[in-house]
Ligand binder design. Structure first.
Ligand SMILES: Cc1ncc(COP(=O)(O)OP(=O)(O)O)c(N)n1
Ligand SMILES: Cc1nc(C(=O)O)sc1CCOP(=O)(O)O
Ligand SMILES: [Mg+2]
Length: 563
Protein backbone atom coordinates (compact mmCIF):
# COMPACT_ATOMS: atom_id res chain seq x y z
CA UNK A 1 0.00 0.00 0.00
CA UNK A 2 1.37 3.43 -0.87
CA UNK A 3 1.62 6.26 1.62
CA UNK A 4 -1.30 8.09 0.09
CA UNK A 5 -3.66 5.12 0.19
CA UNK A 6 -2.79 4.53 3.82
CA UNK A 7 -3.68 8.11 4.60
CA UNK A 8 -6.96 7.76 2.76
CA UNK A 9 -7.97 4.56 4.52
CA UNK A 10 -7.22 5.66 8.05
CA UNK A 11 -9.10 8.94 7.69
CA UNK A 12 -12.14 7.41 6.10
CA UNK A 13 -13.27 6.05 9.44
CA UNK A 14 -15.73 8.83 10.24
CA UNK A 15 -14.98 8.90 13.90
CA UNK A 16 -14.88 5.55 15.65
CA UNK A 17 -17.31 4.13 18.16
CA UNK A 18 -20.60 5.80 18.89
CA UNK A 19 -20.36 7.24 22.37
CA UNK A 20 -23.06 9.73 23.24
CA UNK A 21 -21.77 12.55 25.36
CA UNK A 22 -23.67 15.39 26.92
CA UNK A 23 -23.37 18.47 24.74
CA UNK A 24 -24.14 22.10 25.28
CA UNK A 25 -26.77 23.65 23.02
CA UNK A 26 -25.54 25.35 19.87
CA UNK A 27 -24.44 28.84 20.81
CA UNK A 28 -24.63 31.22 17.91
CA UNK A 29 -22.35 33.84 19.42
CA UNK A 30 -19.61 31.23 19.65
CA UNK A 31 -19.30 31.50 15.88
CA UNK A 32 -17.82 35.00 16.03
CA UNK A 33 -14.18 35.49 15.25
CA UNK A 34 -12.02 38.52 15.94
CA UNK A 35 -11.12 40.72 13.01
CA UNK A 36 -8.36 43.18 12.30
CA UNK A 37 -9.62 46.10 14.26
CA UNK A 38 -7.44 48.60 12.48
CA UNK A 39 -9.44 48.42 9.27
CA UNK A 40 -11.99 51.05 9.97
CA UNK A 41 -12.38 53.19 6.92
CA UNK A 42 -14.84 52.24 4.21
CA UNK A 43 -12.47 51.94 1.24
CA UNK A 44 -11.76 48.61 -0.36
CA UNK A 45 -8.51 47.08 0.90
CA UNK A 46 -6.40 45.53 -1.80
CA UNK A 47 -3.92 42.84 -0.79
CA UNK A 48 -1.37 41.11 -2.86
CA UNK A 49 -1.41 37.75 -1.13
CA UNK A 50 2.25 36.98 -0.95
CA UNK A 51 3.25 37.52 2.60
CA UNK A 52 2.24 34.34 4.32
CA UNK A 53 4.80 31.69 4.97
CA UNK A 54 3.51 28.28 4.12
CA UNK A 55 6.02 25.60 4.85
CA UNK A 56 7.48 26.63 8.17
CA UNK A 57 4.21 27.75 9.68
CA UNK A 58 2.93 24.28 8.84
CA UNK A 59 5.37 22.68 11.18
CA UNK A 60 3.97 24.56 14.16
CA UNK A 61 1.19 22.14 14.87
CA UNK A 62 -0.99 23.62 17.57
CA UNK A 63 -1.48 21.10 20.31
CA UNK A 64 -3.19 22.41 23.43
CA UNK A 65 -2.01 21.69 26.95
CA UNK A 66 -4.64 18.96 27.24
CA UNK A 67 -3.20 17.26 24.12
CA UNK A 68 -5.98 18.33 21.76
CA UNK A 69 -5.26 19.11 18.17
CA UNK A 70 -7.33 21.60 16.12
CA UNK A 71 -10.05 19.61 14.43
CA UNK A 72 -11.97 20.23 11.21
CA UNK A 73 -14.94 18.08 10.23
CA UNK A 74 -15.60 18.05 6.52
CA UNK A 75 -19.09 17.20 5.28
CA UNK A 76 -18.62 16.57 1.57
CA UNK A 77 -18.58 14.14 -1.32
CA UNK A 78 -15.88 11.63 -2.17
CA UNK A 79 -13.90 12.13 -5.40
CA UNK A 80 -12.49 8.82 -6.63
CA UNK A 81 -9.75 10.71 -8.48
CA UNK A 82 -8.81 12.30 -5.13
CA UNK A 83 -8.34 15.78 -6.58
CA UNK A 84 -11.33 17.38 -4.91
CA UNK A 85 -13.97 16.62 -2.30
CA UNK A 86 -13.28 14.73 0.88
CA UNK A 87 -9.88 13.64 -0.38
CA UNK A 88 -8.74 17.22 -1.05
CA UNK A 89 -10.06 18.26 2.36
CA UNK A 90 -8.07 15.54 4.10
CA UNK A 91 -4.90 16.50 2.26
CA UNK A 92 -5.41 20.22 2.90
CA UNK A 93 -5.97 19.70 6.61
CA UNK A 94 -2.98 17.35 6.86
CA UNK A 95 -0.82 19.91 5.05
CA UNK A 96 -2.03 22.63 7.42
CA UNK A 97 -1.44 20.26 10.35
CA UNK A 98 -4.92 19.96 11.76
CA UNK A 99 -6.97 16.82 12.31
CA UNK A 100 -9.75 16.17 9.83
CA UNK A 101 -12.74 13.89 10.31
CA UNK A 102 -15.15 13.17 7.47
CA UNK A 103 -18.86 12.82 6.85
CA UNK A 104 -19.47 11.58 3.30
CA UNK A 105 -22.57 12.87 1.56
CA UNK A 106 -22.07 11.28 -1.85
CA UNK A 107 -19.66 8.99 -3.63
CA UNK A 108 -18.65 10.16 -7.08
CA UNK A 109 -17.00 8.20 -9.84
CA UNK A 110 -14.71 10.92 -11.06
CA UNK A 111 -11.37 11.51 -12.72
CA UNK A 112 -9.50 14.30 -14.47
CA UNK A 113 -11.88 14.06 -17.43
CA UNK A 114 -15.12 14.60 -15.52
CA UNK A 115 -17.76 13.09 -13.27
CA UNK A 116 -18.96 9.73 -14.55
CA UNK A 117 -21.39 8.87 -11.75
CA UNK A 118 -22.81 10.05 -8.43
CA UNK A 119 -24.25 7.91 -5.65
CA UNK A 120 -25.93 10.04 -3.02
CA UNK A 121 -25.71 8.82 0.58
CA UNK A 122 -29.10 8.73 2.33
CA UNK A 123 -29.81 11.57 4.73
CA UNK A 124 -30.26 9.05 7.54
CA UNK A 125 -26.77 7.74 7.03
CA UNK A 126 -25.35 11.25 6.77
CA UNK A 127 -27.10 11.99 10.08
CA UNK A 128 -25.57 8.84 11.58
CA UNK A 129 -22.07 9.84 10.51
CA UNK A 130 -22.57 13.36 11.92
CA UNK A 131 -23.77 11.89 15.21
CA UNK A 132 -20.78 9.53 15.36
CA UNK A 133 -18.24 12.28 14.95
CA UNK A 134 -19.85 15.18 16.75
CA UNK A 135 -21.00 13.20 19.79
CA UNK A 136 -17.53 11.83 20.40
CA UNK A 137 -14.91 14.21 19.10
CA UNK A 138 -14.21 17.82 19.86
CA UNK A 139 -14.74 19.44 16.47
CA UNK A 140 -13.60 23.07 16.19
CA UNK A 141 -14.77 23.91 12.71
CA UNK A 142 -17.20 22.28 10.28
CA UNK A 143 -16.52 22.75 6.58
CA UNK A 144 -19.13 21.76 4.04
CA UNK A 145 -18.64 20.81 0.41
CA UNK A 146 -21.00 18.83 -1.82
CA UNK A 147 -24.43 18.68 -0.18
CA UNK A 148 -26.39 16.88 -2.87
CA UNK A 149 -29.93 16.95 -1.44
CA UNK A 150 -32.13 19.33 0.50
CA UNK A 151 -32.64 16.67 3.17
CA UNK A 152 -28.90 16.37 3.68
CA UNK A 153 -28.70 20.15 4.16
CA UNK A 154 -31.49 19.85 6.71
CA UNK A 155 -29.90 17.02 8.74
CA UNK A 156 -26.63 18.93 8.74
CA UNK A 157 -28.33 22.06 10.07
CA UNK A 158 -30.04 19.99 12.77
CA UNK A 159 -26.69 18.56 13.86
CA UNK A 160 -25.11 22.01 13.89
CA UNK A 161 -27.89 23.24 16.15
CA UNK A 162 -27.31 20.34 18.49
CA UNK A 163 -23.52 20.40 18.74
CA UNK A 164 -21.48 23.54 19.46
CA UNK A 165 -18.62 24.38 17.11
CA UNK A 166 -16.36 27.41 16.76
CA UNK A 167 -17.08 28.13 13.11
CA UNK A 168 -18.88 26.95 10.01
CA UNK A 169 -17.23 27.29 6.59
CA UNK A 170 -19.62 26.72 3.68
CA UNK A 171 -18.21 25.98 0.24
CA UNK A 172 -21.43 25.94 -1.80
CA UNK A 173 -20.34 23.24 -4.24
CA UNK A 174 -22.81 23.06 -7.11
CA UNK A 175 -20.84 22.56 -10.28
CA UNK A 176 -17.59 20.60 -10.65
CA UNK A 177 -14.55 22.13 -12.38
CA UNK A 178 -15.43 19.91 -15.36
CA UNK A 179 -18.88 21.56 -15.52
CA UNK A 180 -20.89 18.67 -14.04
CA UNK A 181 -23.81 19.57 -11.75
CA UNK A 182 -23.20 18.30 -8.21
CA UNK A 183 -26.16 19.86 -6.38
CA UNK A 184 -29.46 20.72 -8.02
CA UNK A 185 -31.73 23.74 -7.62
CA UNK A 186 -33.71 22.12 -4.76
CA UNK A 187 -30.64 22.50 -2.54
CA UNK A 188 -30.51 26.23 -3.18
CA UNK A 189 -33.36 27.04 -0.83
CA UNK A 190 -31.72 24.96 1.88
CA UNK A 191 -28.56 26.99 1.42
CA UNK A 192 -30.30 30.34 1.40
CA UNK A 193 -32.74 29.72 4.23
CA UNK A 194 -30.98 27.35 6.62
CA UNK A 195 -27.26 26.87 6.05
CA UNK A 196 -26.00 30.31 5.05
CA UNK A 197 -27.56 32.07 8.06
CA UNK A 198 -25.43 29.76 10.24
CA UNK A 199 -22.22 30.20 8.26
CA UNK A 200 -19.21 32.21 9.38
CA UNK A 201 -18.03 32.31 5.81
CA UNK A 202 -19.35 31.18 2.46
CA UNK A 203 -16.90 30.76 -0.43
CA UNK A 204 -18.70 30.61 -3.81
CA UNK A 205 -16.86 30.88 -7.09
CA UNK A 206 -18.28 33.19 -9.77
CA UNK A 207 -20.69 30.55 -11.11
CA UNK A 208 -21.91 29.53 -7.67
CA UNK A 209 -22.38 33.12 -6.59
CA UNK A 210 -24.41 33.69 -9.73
CA UNK A 211 -26.58 30.61 -9.08
CA UNK A 212 -27.11 31.59 -5.42
CA UNK A 213 -28.44 34.95 -6.61
CA UNK A 214 -30.79 33.48 -9.22
CA UNK A 215 -28.43 33.39 -12.21
CA UNK A 216 -27.33 37.03 -12.26
CA UNK A 217 -24.24 37.35 -14.48
CA UNK A 218 -20.97 38.36 -12.78
CA UNK A 219 -18.48 39.85 -15.20
CA UNK A 220 -16.29 42.19 -13.18
CA UNK A 221 -14.81 42.80 -9.75
CA UNK A 222 -17.51 45.41 -9.26
CA UNK A 223 -20.19 42.74 -9.97
CA UNK A 224 -18.44 40.48 -7.46
CA UNK A 225 -18.66 43.18 -4.80
CA UNK A 226 -22.37 43.65 -5.43
CA UNK A 227 -22.87 39.87 -5.30
CA UNK A 228 -20.89 39.59 -2.06
CA UNK A 229 -23.18 42.12 -0.45
CA UNK A 230 -26.33 40.37 -1.68
CA UNK A 231 -25.09 36.96 -0.52
CA UNK A 232 -24.18 38.51 2.82
CA UNK A 233 -27.87 39.43 3.13
CA UNK A 234 -28.66 35.68 3.30
CA UNK A 235 -26.97 35.68 6.70
CA UNK A 236 -23.35 34.47 6.56
CA UNK A 237 -20.99 36.68 8.55
CA UNK A 238 -18.41 36.79 5.78
CA UNK A 239 -18.46 36.19 2.05
CA UNK A 240 -15.51 35.31 -0.16
CA UNK A 241 -16.24 35.35 -3.87
CA UNK A 242 -13.48 33.58 -5.76
CA UNK A 243 -12.68 35.36 -9.00
CA UNK A 244 -10.44 32.69 -10.55
CA UNK A 245 -12.86 32.28 -13.46
CA UNK A 246 -13.32 36.00 -14.05
CA UNK A 247 -12.74 36.68 -17.75
CA UNK A 248 -9.93 39.00 -18.89
CA UNK A 249 -8.19 39.14 -15.53
CA UNK A 250 -4.42 38.77 -15.29
CA UNK A 251 -4.56 38.14 -11.56
CA UNK A 252 -6.72 35.86 -9.43
CA UNK A 253 -8.80 38.45 -7.59
CA UNK A 254 -11.12 37.32 -4.81
CA UNK A 255 -13.54 39.67 -3.10
CA UNK A 256 -13.92 39.32 0.65
CA UNK A 257 -16.77 41.12 2.43
CA UNK A 258 -17.18 41.05 6.20
CA UNK A 259 -20.46 42.93 6.28
CA UNK A 260 -18.77 46.31 6.58
CA UNK A 261 -15.72 46.39 4.38
CA UNK A 262 -14.60 44.93 1.09
CA UNK A 263 -11.15 43.47 0.58
CA UNK A 264 -9.76 42.60 -2.81
CA UNK A 265 -7.32 39.74 -2.41
CA UNK A 266 -5.12 39.68 -5.40
CA UNK A 267 -2.58 37.04 -6.39
CA UNK A 268 -0.74 36.06 -9.52
CA UNK A 269 -2.65 33.56 -11.66
CA UNK A 270 -0.54 30.42 -11.83
CA UNK A 271 -0.22 29.14 -15.37
CA UNK A 272 -1.29 25.53 -14.88
CA UNK A 273 -4.19 23.21 -15.68
CA UNK A 274 -3.68 21.37 -12.39
CA UNK A 275 -6.44 23.24 -10.60
CA UNK A 276 -8.95 20.49 -9.81
CA UNK A 277 -9.89 20.75 -6.14
CA UNK A 278 -8.76 24.32 -5.50
CA UNK A 279 -12.19 25.35 -4.14
CA UNK A 280 -12.37 22.47 -1.67
CA UNK A 281 -8.78 23.03 -0.61
CA UNK A 282 -9.25 26.75 -0.11
CA UNK A 283 -12.29 26.23 2.11
CA UNK A 284 -10.53 23.48 4.07
CA UNK A 285 -7.48 25.69 4.58
CA UNK A 286 -9.68 28.49 5.86
CA UNK A 287 -11.34 26.00 8.22
CA UNK A 288 -7.93 24.71 9.36
CA UNK A 289 -6.63 28.20 10.10
CA UNK A 290 -9.82 29.09 11.98
CA UNK A 291 -9.47 25.88 13.98
CA UNK A 292 -5.97 27.01 14.95
CA UNK A 293 -7.41 30.32 16.15
CA UNK A 294 -6.75 32.70 13.26
CA UNK A 295 -8.96 35.68 12.58
CA UNK A 296 -11.17 35.28 9.50
CA UNK A 297 -9.25 37.63 7.21
CA UNK A 298 -5.94 36.17 8.17
CA UNK A 299 -7.30 32.62 7.60
CA UNK A 300 -8.50 33.62 4.15
CA UNK A 301 -5.17 35.23 3.23
CA UNK A 302 -3.19 32.22 4.44
CA UNK A 303 -5.47 29.85 2.54
CA UNK A 304 -5.19 31.84 -0.66
CA UNK A 305 -1.44 31.97 -0.41
CA UNK A 306 -1.30 28.23 0.29
CA UNK A 307 -3.29 27.53 -2.87
CA UNK A 308 -1.00 29.78 -4.94
CA UNK A 309 2.09 28.04 -3.59
CA UNK A 310 0.64 24.55 -4.09
CA UNK A 311 -0.43 25.35 -7.67
CA UNK A 312 2.97 26.79 -8.42
CA UNK A 313 4.69 23.71 -7.04
CA UNK A 314 2.42 21.39 -9.01
CA UNK A 315 2.22 23.27 -12.27
CA UNK A 316 4.02 20.52 -14.22
CA UNK A 317 2.58 17.53 -12.37
CA UNK A 318 1.00 14.91 -14.66
CA UNK A 319 -1.88 12.85 -13.22
CA UNK A 320 -4.55 11.58 -15.61
CA UNK A 321 -5.36 12.53 -19.17
CA UNK A 322 -8.16 15.04 -18.62
CA UNK A 323 -8.24 18.80 -18.98
CA UNK A 324 -7.89 19.56 -15.29
CA UNK A 325 -5.51 17.62 -13.09
CA UNK A 326 -5.12 17.58 -9.32
CA UNK A 327 -2.29 19.34 -7.51
CA UNK A 328 0.11 18.41 -4.75
CA UNK A 329 -0.97 19.68 -1.33
CA UNK A 330 2.33 18.77 0.28
CA UNK A 331 4.42 21.09 -1.90
CA UNK A 332 6.73 18.21 -2.69
CA UNK A 333 6.63 17.94 -6.45
CA UNK A 334 8.78 20.85 -7.55
CA UNK A 335 11.27 20.01 -4.86
CA UNK A 336 11.66 16.37 -5.75
CA UNK A 337 15.06 16.76 -7.34
CA UNK A 338 16.36 19.47 -5.06
CA UNK A 339 18.53 18.76 -2.09
CA UNK A 340 17.41 21.54 0.24
CA UNK A 341 14.10 23.03 1.17
CA UNK A 342 15.24 26.61 0.64
CA UNK A 343 12.55 27.39 -1.88
CA UNK A 344 9.86 26.51 0.60
CA UNK A 345 10.43 29.18 3.15
CA UNK A 346 11.14 32.24 1.03
CA UNK A 347 8.61 33.75 -1.30
CA UNK A 348 10.15 36.53 -3.44
CA UNK A 349 6.75 38.26 -3.51
CA UNK A 350 7.28 38.95 0.18
CA UNK A 351 9.72 41.67 -0.91
CA UNK A 352 6.87 43.87 -2.18
CA UNK A 353 6.84 46.24 0.79
CA UNK A 354 9.91 45.69 2.90
CA UNK A 355 9.84 47.72 6.13
CA UNK A 356 13.24 48.42 7.74
CA UNK A 357 13.17 49.82 11.29
CA UNK A 358 15.42 52.53 12.70
CA UNK A 359 16.00 53.00 16.42
CA UNK A 360 16.73 56.73 16.17
CA UNK A 361 13.45 57.35 14.34
CA UNK A 362 11.51 55.34 16.90
CA UNK A 363 13.11 57.33 19.70
CA UNK A 364 12.28 60.60 17.94
CA UNK A 365 8.60 59.65 17.72
CA UNK A 366 8.50 58.00 21.17
CA UNK A 367 7.69 54.49 19.99
CA UNK A 368 9.01 51.08 20.94
CA UNK A 369 10.39 48.85 18.19
CA UNK A 370 7.45 46.50 18.65
CA UNK A 371 4.91 49.33 18.33
CA UNK A 372 6.53 50.46 15.12
CA UNK A 373 6.63 46.94 13.69
CA UNK A 374 3.03 46.23 14.64
CA UNK A 375 1.83 49.35 12.85
CA UNK A 376 3.86 48.46 9.76
CA UNK A 377 2.55 44.89 9.46
CA UNK A 378 -0.99 46.05 10.12
CA UNK A 379 -0.55 48.53 7.33
CA UNK A 380 0.52 45.80 4.93
CA UNK A 381 4.31 45.46 5.18
CA UNK A 382 5.12 42.11 3.58
CA UNK A 383 8.51 41.58 5.27
CA UNK A 384 10.23 43.36 8.16
CA UNK A 385 13.90 43.95 8.99
CA UNK A 386 15.01 45.09 12.43
CA UNK A 387 17.89 47.49 11.77
CA UNK A 388 18.86 48.59 15.25
CA UNK A 389 22.31 50.11 15.01
CA UNK A 390 22.53 51.53 18.54
CA UNK A 391 20.42 49.21 20.66
CA UNK A 392 22.07 47.14 23.41
CA UNK A 393 22.33 43.47 22.47
CA UNK A 394 20.10 42.28 25.33
CA UNK A 395 17.43 44.88 24.54
CA UNK A 396 17.68 44.08 20.84
CA UNK A 397 17.10 40.39 21.55
CA UNK A 398 14.04 41.06 23.71
CA UNK A 399 12.59 43.45 21.12
CA UNK A 400 13.28 40.94 18.37
CA UNK A 401 11.39 38.22 20.27
CA UNK A 402 8.43 40.55 20.73
CA UNK A 403 8.46 41.58 17.07
CA UNK A 404 8.72 37.97 15.98
CA UNK A 405 5.48 37.17 17.79
CA UNK A 406 3.76 40.06 16.06
CA UNK A 407 5.10 39.18 12.63
CA UNK A 408 4.31 35.47 12.99
CA UNK A 409 0.71 36.30 13.88
CA UNK A 410 0.46 38.11 10.54
CA UNK A 411 2.47 35.55 8.58
CA UNK A 412 5.10 38.19 7.82
CA UNK A 413 8.80 37.14 7.82
CA UNK A 414 11.11 39.00 10.23
CA UNK A 415 14.79 39.48 9.40
CA UNK A 416 17.60 40.89 11.55
CA UNK A 417 20.08 43.40 10.15
CA UNK A 418 23.76 42.47 10.58
CA UNK A 419 23.36 40.50 13.82
CA UNK A 420 23.48 36.80 13.03
CA UNK A 421 23.84 36.06 16.75
CA UNK A 422 20.58 37.86 17.52
CA UNK A 423 18.83 36.15 14.60
CA UNK A 424 19.93 32.73 15.86
CA UNK A 425 19.08 33.54 19.47
CA UNK A 426 15.50 34.56 18.71
CA UNK A 427 14.99 32.13 15.80
CA UNK A 428 14.18 34.95 13.40
CA UNK A 429 13.30 34.09 9.82
CA UNK A 430 16.67 35.29 8.55
CA UNK A 431 19.16 38.14 8.26
CA UNK A 432 20.11 41.00 5.97
CA UNK A 433 23.84 41.59 5.58
CA UNK A 434 25.99 44.03 3.66
CA UNK A 435 29.33 43.91 1.86
CA UNK A 436 31.26 44.70 5.05
CA UNK A 437 29.35 42.29 7.28
CA UNK A 438 30.01 38.57 7.78
CA UNK A 439 30.30 36.98 4.30
CA UNK A 440 27.08 35.49 2.97
CA UNK A 441 28.59 32.01 2.46
CA UNK A 442 29.62 31.86 6.12
CA UNK A 443 26.27 33.27 7.16
CA UNK A 444 24.58 30.46 5.24
CA UNK A 445 26.76 27.92 7.02
CA UNK A 446 25.83 29.42 10.37
CA UNK A 447 22.11 29.75 9.69
CA UNK A 448 21.57 26.57 7.67
CA UNK A 449 19.32 26.16 4.64
CA UNK A 450 16.08 27.03 6.41
CA UNK A 451 16.68 30.77 6.94
CA UNK A 452 16.35 33.74 4.62
CA UNK A 453 19.52 35.64 3.73
CA UNK A 454 19.52 38.99 1.95
CA UNK A 455 22.70 40.73 0.77
CA UNK A 456 23.22 44.41 -0.15
CA UNK A 457 24.63 44.78 -3.67
CA UNK A 458 25.51 47.83 -5.72
CA UNK A 459 27.16 46.00 -8.60
CA UNK A 460 26.48 43.06 -10.88
CA UNK A 461 29.59 41.28 -9.54
CA UNK A 462 28.28 41.54 -5.98
CA UNK A 463 24.91 40.20 -7.12
CA UNK A 464 26.61 37.22 -8.78
CA UNK A 465 28.61 36.51 -5.62
CA UNK A 466 25.48 36.71 -3.44
CA UNK A 467 23.90 34.04 -5.60
CA UNK A 468 26.99 31.83 -5.41
CA UNK A 469 27.09 32.27 -1.63
CA UNK A 470 23.54 30.97 -1.23
CA UNK A 471 21.63 34.20 -0.55
CA UNK A 472 17.89 34.38 -1.22
CA UNK A 473 17.55 37.96 -2.41
CA UNK A 474 19.61 41.11 -2.87
CA UNK A 475 18.95 44.63 -1.63
CA UNK A 476 20.00 47.08 -4.31
CA UNK A 477 20.67 50.78 -3.77
CA UNK A 478 20.88 53.55 -2.93
CA UNK A 479 18.44 54.23 -5.67
CA UNK A 480 18.00 57.84 -4.50
CA UNK A 481 20.01 59.90 -2.00
CA UNK A 482 19.12 59.14 1.61
CA UNK A 483 19.72 60.73 5.01
CA UNK A 484 19.17 57.42 6.78
CA UNK A 485 22.52 55.85 5.92
CA UNK A 486 25.60 58.04 6.07
CA UNK A 487 27.89 58.28 3.04
CA UNK A 488 25.78 55.92 0.99
CA UNK A 489 26.64 55.81 -2.70
CA UNK A 490 23.65 56.48 -4.95
CA UNK A 491 23.37 54.23 -8.01
CA UNK A 492 20.14 55.68 -9.41
CA UNK A 493 17.44 53.94 -11.43
CA UNK A 494 20.01 53.02 -14.09
CA UNK A 495 22.22 51.25 -11.57
CA UNK A 496 19.20 49.46 -10.13
CA UNK A 497 18.14 48.35 -13.59
CA UNK A 498 21.57 47.05 -14.50
CA UNK A 499 21.99 45.05 -11.29
CA UNK A 500 18.40 43.72 -11.38
CA UNK A 501 18.80 42.53 -14.96
CA UNK A 502 22.02 40.71 -14.12
CA UNK A 503 20.85 39.25 -10.82
CA UNK A 504 19.87 35.61 -10.58
CA UNK A 505 18.19 36.41 -7.27
CA UNK A 506 15.07 38.48 -6.63
CA UNK A 507 15.81 42.14 -5.92
CA UNK A 508 14.43 44.72 -3.52
CA UNK A 509 15.29 48.36 -4.19
CA UNK A 510 16.40 50.60 -1.30
CA UNK A 511 17.44 54.18 -0.62
CA UNK A 512 15.33 57.33 -0.57
CA UNK A 513 12.18 55.52 -1.69
CA UNK A 514 8.70 56.63 -0.64
CA UNK A 515 5.22 57.36 -1.93
CA UNK A 516 6.42 59.94 -4.43
CA UNK A 517 8.88 57.74 -6.32
CA UNK A 518 8.02 54.07 -5.59
CA UNK A 519 6.02 53.76 -8.80
CA UNK A 520 8.96 55.01 -10.88
CA UNK A 521 11.18 52.41 -9.22
CA UNK A 522 8.78 49.55 -9.99
CA UNK A 523 8.37 50.84 -13.51
CA UNK A 524 11.96 50.05 -14.48
CA UNK A 525 10.16 46.92 -15.61
CA UNK A 526 12.66 44.19 -14.67
CA UNK A 527 10.77 41.08 -13.53
CA UNK A 528 13.41 40.35 -10.88
CA UNK A 529 12.60 43.56 -9.06
CA UNK A 530 10.00 42.46 -6.53
CA UNK A 531 9.53 45.51 -4.33
CA UNK A 532 10.98 48.36 -2.32
CA UNK A 533 12.66 48.53 1.08
CA UNK A 534 11.83 51.64 3.05
CA UNK A 535 12.98 53.21 6.31
CA UNK A 536 12.16 56.91 6.72
CA UNK A 537 9.06 56.97 4.49
CA UNK A 538 7.39 54.68 7.03
CA UNK A 539 9.18 55.14 10.34
CA UNK A 540 10.05 58.84 10.26
CA UNK A 541 6.37 59.74 9.96
CA UNK A 542 3.64 60.50 12.46
CA UNK A 543 1.40 57.58 11.49
CA UNK A 544 3.26 54.45 10.39
CA UNK A 545 0.01 52.59 9.77
CA UNK A 546 -1.31 55.16 7.29
CA UNK A 547 2.01 55.53 5.47
CA UNK A 548 2.38 51.77 5.14
CA UNK A 549 -1.17 51.34 3.90
CA UNK A 550 -0.75 54.05 1.31
CA UNK A 551 2.55 52.68 0.06
CA UNK A 552 1.18 49.13 0.01
CA UNK A 553 -1.80 50.21 -2.07
CA UNK A 554 0.47 52.00 -4.52
CA UNK A 555 2.87 49.06 -4.81
CA UNK A 556 0.08 46.50 -5.25
CA UNK A 557 -1.33 48.55 -8.05
CA UNK A 558 2.09 49.10 -9.64
CA UNK A 559 2.91 45.37 -9.42
CA UNK A 560 -0.51 44.57 -10.90
CA UNK A 561 -0.05 46.95 -13.82
CA UNK A 562 3.49 45.83 -14.55
CA UNK A 563 2.76 42.08 -14.70
C1 LIG B 1 16.88 45.43 2.11
C2 LIG B 1 18.16 46.06 2.51
N1 LIG B 1 19.00 46.41 1.56
C3 LIG B 1 20.17 46.98 1.89
C4 LIG B 1 20.49 47.21 3.21
C5 LIG B 1 21.81 47.78 3.61
O1 LIG B 1 22.58 46.81 4.29
P1 LIG B 1 24.12 47.14 4.63
O2 LIG B 1 24.78 47.46 3.36
O3 LIG B 1 24.64 46.04 5.43
O4 LIG B 1 23.99 48.43 5.49
P2 LIG B 1 23.34 48.57 6.93
O5 LIG B 1 21.87 48.44 6.80
O6 LIG B 1 23.88 47.48 7.77
O7 LIG B 1 23.73 49.91 7.37
C6 LIG B 1 19.55 46.85 4.16
N2 LIG B 1 19.77 47.04 5.47
N3 LIG B 1 18.40 46.28 3.80
C1 LIG C 1 19.80 50.90 5.06
C2 LIG C 1 20.06 51.39 3.70
N1 LIG C 1 20.83 50.70 2.82
C3 LIG C 1 20.95 51.33 1.66
C4 LIG C 1 21.74 50.84 0.53
O1 LIG C 1 21.91 51.57 -0.45
O2 LIG C 1 22.16 49.69 0.60
S1 LIG C 1 20.13 52.80 1.63
C5 LIG C 1 19.59 52.57 3.19
C6 LIG C 1 18.73 53.53 3.92
C7 LIG C 1 17.34 53.56 3.36
O3 LIG C 1 16.60 54.40 4.15
P1 LIG C 1 15.48 55.37 3.55
O4 LIG C 1 14.39 54.49 3.08
O5 LIG C 1 15.08 56.20 4.73
O6 LIG C 1 16.12 56.16 2.47
MG1 LIG D 1 24.98 45.71 7.40
Amino acid sequence: MTESTQLLCCHFDCGGQVRLSKVAPFVRSSLRFPFWSSHTNTNTKKFRVGSVKVQEADMNMVITSDNKIPHVLTVAGSDSGAGAGIQADLKACAARRVYCSTVITAVTAQNTVGVQGVDIVSEDFVAEQLQSVLSDMHVDVVKTGMLPSLNIVKVLCQSLRKFPIKALVVDPVMISTSGDVLAGPSVLNGFREELLPMADIVTPNIKEASVLLGDVPLKSVSDMRTAAKLIHDFGPRNVLIKGGDLPNSVDAIDVFFDGEEFYELCSLRVNTTNTHGTGCTLASCIAAELAKGSSMLSAVKTAKHFIGTALDYSRDLVIGNGAQGPFDHFLAFKNMNQSSSRQNRFNPNDLLLYAVTDSAMNRKWGRSIAEAVKAAVEGGATIVQLREKDTETRDFLEAAKECLKICRSYGVPLLINDRIDVALACDADGVHIGQSDLPASLTRTLLGPGKIIGVSCKTTEQAQQAWIDGADYIGCGGVYPTNTKANNRTIGLDGLKEVSQASKLPVVAIGGIGLSNARAVMEIGVPNLKGVAVVSALFDRECILTETRNLHALLSEAAFLIQ
